[in-house]
Structure formats: structure tokens, C-alpha cells
Design a protein around this ligand. Structure first.
Ligand code: CAA
Length: 259
């Protein structure tokens, strides 16, 4: 079925797919259907052997202004429990391919959380990151209190979550929330450039390396080092490792096949 609220381009650039949130009138507010569409598209692209990296973008004005407040406003706690929207978010988190958020304009509430669910963030100079849920009598529910705190530290995360104040792209870069900030006209191209350089690498190694970096947020050092070592050994079971090292020795570019 054709999605209603997103645009999917499997080969936006060679081996790089693009998912674009496309609910412009509502500043890409994340209703349930949009999130289901994003999760379904990611599952499909994750299985596509021609795709090696994925860019998730909004528009120039808004990456996403948060969960859809109008859709949520009248719900009870039990409605929220039964709808179980965070199972969808969990499936997005399980994407095995590198996922890069291209953020311009508002990345608020669930929008900030969605960007932080990605592996890297390229921001335009106009990007604003915030968790304003407290201003509407609630709090972040899609990982904001956890990922923001890990990304920028307790003091700054606490201030953002308790006051609802946003930070600029420059502040986000300074505090390590985003990879880089570029002029607004270039944010998507820069995200493609970053995705393109990842897409040149061995997809097997990229997948195992992504898993290992993510593990650093989930476990203690000894267990993390153990996990890393196993994944490192596993790369030696791939043709790509043989090809990569042979190419180095033969002084030629490697041709990674993803096996
Ligand atoms: N949900 C639903 N609709 C939204 C929305 C949201 N999160 N954000 C914006 N919209 C809608 C507005 O209602 C408006 O629609 P109408 O024209 O039909 O009235 C349209 O998008 C344009 O918005 P504004 O007129 O408000 O545009 P603005 O430029 O004046 O302000 C803004 C932009 C500062 C982003 C403002 O829209 C805003 O504060 N939005 C809400 C931000 C927010 O609180 N996000 C957190 C949501 S809760 C959450 O995300 C929970 C979670 O953790 C999962």
C-alpha cells in the first residue's frame, strides 16, 4: 500500500535510501499512522540488499513537531497502553542499517526523540531540538529522558525536559547531540554525503559496528568489550574482510559485496 504521510525513495543516491516525513500542514506531527509507515518502510529498506544506509528527513521548516497532540489529547492511560505506540518505536530502533536523521527546523518532543533514535544527526543551522512535553502537562515518552541525558549530560537534559526550552543547532553540536551543522540549503545533501560514505563500507562490518556502539549505551564496560570482541571476530567470517584487507595490500579500492 502506498504510504500517506511519508515519501520513500529506495535509491535516492547510490545505495542510499531516503524516507521523508510528509505531513507539512501539521509540521510532520507524528500520528500513529505516520509512525507505522516509517517503521514499515524501514523494515523493507533494511531487507533490501541494494540499500546500505538510510536517511530520515523532514522538511526545511520541520523535521517533526512531536507526537500528534490532537490525536493524543483525549486518550486515557489505558488507551495509550492498548495502542502501545512504543512497540513501533522499538522496531525503528532495531533497524540494522545505519540510519541518519537530516534535521531542519523543529525537532520537538517525539521529533527530537525520533532524531535521537537514529544513529547520527545532520542538522541545518535552523534546527531546534527540544522536549517541550512538560508545557502540555506530560513528559517525553519515546526515549527523550534517556537518550537526551546520555547525549548531552544530566544538567542540560534536566533543564530542557523541565523547562521545555529548546536548544539551537549550534548548541546541539557543541554538546554532542548532532554530528554537524550546515547551511539550511545543504542539510539533506550533507546527510546524503555522510550516508554515501558509510554506504561504501562493508555492510556486514557496518552492521556489527553499529550494534557494538549501541551496546555501549546498554551495558557496562566489561560486557561491552566482550560484545565488541565477538563482533570483531565475526567480521573475519565475511568475504568483505578478506576483500578489504586484500584490497589494502594490493593498493586498490575494495569492492564490498555485503557477505
Ligand atoms: N501535534 C499536532 N499538531 C501540531 C503539532 C503537534 N505536535 N505541532 C504543530 N501542529 C499543528 C498546529 O496545530 C497547526 O495546525 P493548524 O494550522 O491546524 O492550527 C500547524 O501544525 C502549524 O503549527 P503552528 O501554527 O503552531 O506553527 P508555529 O510556527 O506558530 O509554531 C511550533 C510551531 C512551535 C512547533 C508549535 O506548533 C508547537 O509548539 N507545537 C507543539 C510542539 C510540542 O509540544 N511537541 C511535543 C508533543 S508531545 C510528544 O511528542 C510526546 C512524546 O514524547 C512522544
Amino acid at each position: 500500500m502506498t504510504p500517506e504521510f511519508i515519501l520513500v525513495t529506495p535509491q535516492a543516491r547510490p545505495r542510499v535510501a531516503l524516507i521523508q516525513l510528509n505531513r507539512p500542514k501539521e509540521l510532520n506531527a507524528l500520528n500513529l499512522q505516520l509512525m507505522q509507515e516509517v517503521a514499515a518502510a524501514l523494515r523493507q529498506l533494511d531487507q533490501d540488499p541494494e540499500v546500505r544506509a538510510i536517511v530520515l528527513a523532514g522538511s526545511e521548516r520541520a523535521f517533526a513537531a512531536g507526537a500528534d497532540i490532537k490525536q493524543m489529547a483525549g486518550r486515557t492511560a489505558i488507551d495509550m497502553l492498548l495502542i502501545d505506540q512504543f512497540t513501533i518505536w522499538d522496531s525503528i530502533r532495531r533497524t540494522t542499517k545505519p540510519l541518519i536523521a537530516a534535521v531542519s527546523g523543529f525537532a520537538l518532543g517525539g521529533g527530537c526523540e525520533l532524531a535521537m533514535t537514529c544513529d547520527m544527526i545532520v542538522a541545518s543551522e535552523t534546527a531546534q531540538f527540544g522536549q517541550p512535553e512538560i508545557r502540555i502537562g506530560t513528559m517525553p515518552g519515546a526515549g527523550g529522558t534517556q537518550r537526551l541525558t546520555r547525549a548531552i549530560g544530566k544538567a542540560r537534559a534536566m533543564e530542557m525536559v523541565l523547562t521545555g526550552q529548546s536548544i539551537s543547532a549550534a548548541e546541539a553540536a557543541q554538546h554532542g547531540l548532532v554530528n554537524r551543522v550546515v547551511p539550511v540549503g545543504q542539510f539533506l545533501e550533507e546527510a546524503f554525503r555522510l550516508a554515501g560514505s558509510v554506504a561504501q563500507m562493508s555492510p556486514v562490518a557496518a552492521r556489527l559496528a553499529k550494534e557494538s556502539v549501541n551496546r555501549a549505551f546498554e551495558t557496562h564496560l566489561d560486557e561491552g568489550l566482550h560484545f565488541e570482541r565477538k563482533n570483531f571476530y565475526l567480521t573475519f567470517a565475511s568475504d568483505d574482510q578478506k576483500e578489504g584487507m586484500a584490497a589494502f595490500v594490493e593498493k586498490r579500492p575494495a569492492d564490498f559485496k555485503g557477505r
